[in-house]
Design a protein around this ligand. Sequence first.
Ligand code: NAD
Ligand code: UFG
Length: 336
Amino acid sequence: MKVLVTGGLGFIGSHTVIALFDAGYTPIILDNLSNSSRRVLTQLTKITGNEFEFYEGCISDRALLSTIFSAHKIEGVFHFAALKAVGESTVQPLSYYHNNVSHTITMLEVMAKHNIAKLVFSSSATVYGDPQYLPLDEKHPISATNPYGWTKVMVERILQDYCTANSDALAIALRYFNPVGAHPSGQLGESPNGIPNNLMPYIAQTAIGIREQLNVFGDDYDTHDGTGVRDYIHVQDLVAGHVDAFKHHVKDVGFHPYNLGTGQGYSVLDMVAAFSQSAKCTIDYKICPRREGDVASNFADASKAKQYLNWQATHDLKAMTDDSWRWQTNYPKGLE
Ligand code: NAD
Ligand code: UFG
């Protein structure tokens, strides 16, 4: 069965390509390389022994999409392509609404023309806004605290309305908590451009000496050690959730949101300690003021995915930091 993977050369998309291939699907990749490199294709072949079909271009290119959908019988679209930097979205909101929302609408229109009615969407725990209670379940009210978050809220809303209006449409929205880790082969991982915004790549770059010191954003939160608590999930667990969700719902219609998290929260200092053990070094850090917009704690109730998809995370924190460190040591500067 052929599926299209938009953003398939990015961090999560590329790991999903492998998982889909391993599960017997034929993933076709579409990516505009705005935040990824062609070299990912080489790594995908190294890991799987398979050459993947790749189209370079934007999800809003109607002609290109029509070419892909005419050349291949695509049964579903795994939609990862998006801009994802929260801070950048506050200074360039229009780019985020344009790329993440308008372009997704265009893609849905072309999909409809070609009778492709199944979509798996990369959503985010960011759609819960400021948590009103923990753990966060799928019934928690939807909101956002920045333009990036609103793009996820908007696309989810669009998909719900689309599924209501089209009785044959299926949309699965997977709300990721904090994806970390790397492929266990050490050949594929996350390589953010510039200074990492996220904790795990920042710690990894500090451990290897690219960054001098980790800035810990606040130690006065109401958590067990005062630093922010998040639900870190290994990318391999996350991508398994995509395959399980698609398999489970492939004959269904309607809109189906699921949390993909472990349900276990770790603090910034827990992450530093775990990474130090994997890297066998001390990670230098200093306590800084809180980062604007951060909440004290955020973790998932992932029981819906367990109940309906029979999915649950199996990788522990050590696997997350070990795999991340293996990737970091193999490719200190990413794939470039
Ligand atoms: P990423 O930047 O590594 O991957 C996104 C890929 O999409 C990149 O390869 C980029 O080149 C491509 N892309 C962007 N806009 C495109 C367009 N218009 N047309 C074609 N390709 C385009 O990001 P990621 O971490 O792999 O995230 C994948 C998805 O998961 C995104 O939708 C992101 O918002 C969502 N998500 C990520 C996280 C996280 O922490 N990584 C958390 C929650 C949700
Ligand atoms: N942190 C630091 N120092 C850093 C980076 C982060 O102390 O250099 C702290 C943050 O304050 C927070 C924790 O580490 O307490 C995690 O921060 P991240 O930036 O790694 O992740 P966030 O939880 O802020 O956000 C991530 C993604 C969002 C997504 C959200 C979903 O970046 O896109 O998870 O829960 F929406």
